[in-house]
Design a protein around this ligand. Structure first.
Ligand code: ARG
Length: 469
């Protein structure tokens, strides 16, 4: 009688695994999430074993059908996961053998858990990435729609969180659209690299049995095979890439969140989130807090942490598979869960945010913001920019001393500091003209923002047509 009942390697061992190692090894409490993918991978493997004659067609069919029954059991939530069987792979293999008898013991022919788990995580991430892609695109669409509705409303643009120059609200929202568009591209890039099928790599060196991995790849919808079996079982850079994408995306979202928090503060009062997307205080009856935005900002920390976890796990590992790699799953799952939670929340907040356009315009009408436009006016009259900057600066000092806005100065007053200024400058310094003037590519002029909006709409429509991730 083997000393390690239940363990597939029992034949080699005379002593029982210490409880300490059992506890440390067990992963079933988290890797059971891979069950649907493990089953799909095993079914493809079993079909291939039948096709190449390593098992009979009848045995292959019994394995595939048995796995289908296990899938139903998993889906119903009634599968009796057993931590004694360590992980999802051994749990399912044992259940298959219990169900269909000794034929189940043929499933692991020409396969190791090393290439099996590499396949499972790729299948899992392929599906997760597709869902995240959809949510991310919805958020980008929400930003575009909001930008369209707010397009020409003026607001202050900031640098150093100091009012800098007036912009239109659509411009601000489309800046986030651009950031998130790059995130979406990163997701599409990594999805292409995910598309490589590792089964057949065995434990590390391939197998001497006559398998047909091409058939498994086609069955599972992969377009190519892993080209090096050591790499296939040892590498996790596809997961690192996903976590990097997630970390960058979350950091971008944390900035959007911070803007929402600021806009909803009494100090800014540029916008309000609806009651159903805000929370109250247990003590202060007057409070309405933007917790959704704050949590979105805070959860960036988790995903950045997940990236750091896996980078640190993989760093310095010798070729090829090492058990350390089992630690890849929890950060991966946590990042996926977090993104799928946060992205729809972000879209809801953007869609349902109510701008206070009056308040934004009032803040955009900074009495000294037109100083740049005064200098630009002088440049158009031939004054060198440095000199124009000086003259405009002196004009601001004067206007401040008179408690007047720049637009309220008379031409005679302006000409004291800016002798070349013409009468049209008084109009050029007003808010609509300030905005309209910045009609360069990517600028804040309503016309330019209209072009950005149209381009964004075209890009989203093209992505939808292509069915892109
Ligand atoms: N649960 C393991 C993991 O996630 C499966 C592979 C185990 N391989 C081994 N040689 N012990 O990495």
């Amino acid at each position: 009688m083997a000393a390690n009942p239940g363990k597939p390697w029992a034949g080699r061992f005379s002593g029982r695994t210490d409880d300490l190692l059992e506890k440390l090894s067990v992963s079933i409490h988290f890797d059971q999430r891979l069950a649907p993918f493990d089953i799909a991978g095993s079914q493809a493997h079993a079909r291939m074993l039948g096709q190449v004659g390593l098992v009979t067609q009848e045995e292959s069919r019994r394995m595939v059908n048995g796995l289908e029954k296990l899938k139903k059991r998993v889906d119903s939530g009634l599968f009796p996961w057993d931590s004694k069987l360590e992980d999802v792979h051994m749990n399912l293999e044992r259940a298959l053998t219990d169900l269909i008898g000794p034929t189940g013991e043929k499933l692991h022919t020409a396969r190791s858990r090393n290439d099996q788990v590499a396949l499972d995580t790729r299948l899992y991430l392929r599906e997760a990435a597709a869902g995240i892609g959809v949510s991310l695109r919805r958020l980008r669409q929400a930003l575009v729609d909001k930008a369209a509705s707010a397009k020409t409303a003026a607001m202050p643009g900031y640098t150093h969180l100091q009012r800098a120059q007036p912009i239109v609200a659509g411009h601000h929202l489309l800046a986030y659209y651009q950031m998130l568009t790059r995130d979406q591209e990163r997701l599409g890039d990594l999805a292409r690299r995910l598309d490589s099928m590792p089964l057949g790599s065995g434990a590390l060196a391939g197998t001497g049995l006559p398998i047909n991995p091409q058939m498994v790849a086609e069955d599972l919808g992969f377009s190519r095979l892993a080209e090096n079996s050591l790499d296939a079982v040892a590498s996790r850079d596809h997961l690192l890439e996903f976590l990097s994408f997630g970390a960058i995306l979350m950091v971008n979202l944390s900035r959007l969140a911070e803007d929402l928090v600021l806009w909803c503060s009494q100090e800014f009062a540029f916008a309000e989130l609806p009651d159903e997307l805000s929370t109250g205080s247990s003590m202060m009856p007057q409070k309405k807090n933007p917790d959704g935005a704050e949590l979105m900002r805070g959860k960036a920390g988790r995903v950045v942490g997940n990236l750091m976890t896996l980078l640190t796990v993989v760093k310095g590992l010798p070729m090829s598979y090492n058990r350390d790699l089992q630690e890849d799953k929890e950060p991966l799952f946590d990042a996926v869960d977090t993104l799928l939670l946060v992205l729809p929340m972000a879209a809801a907040m953007i869609s349902r945010l109510k701008f206070n356009f009056d308040r934004m315009r009032e803040a955009a009408n900074d009495p000294y913001a037109p100083a740049t436009d005064l200098a630009d006016h002088l440049v158009k009259k031939g004054v060198p920019f440095r000199e124009a900057h000086q003259q405009a600066g002196q004009t601001v000092v004067y206007a401040l001393s008179r408690h007047k806005a720049l637009v309220d100065l008379s031409l005679a007053e302006l000409n004291k500091f800016c002798p070349q200024a013409g009468p049209e400058v008084l109009e050029e310094m007003r808010l609509p003209a300030l905005l309209a003037a910045r009609d360069t590519t990517g600028g804040t002029a309503p016309r330019s923002v209209g072009r950005q909006l149209a381009a964004a709409r075209r890009a989203l429509a093209a992505e939808a047509r292509k069915g892109a991730i």
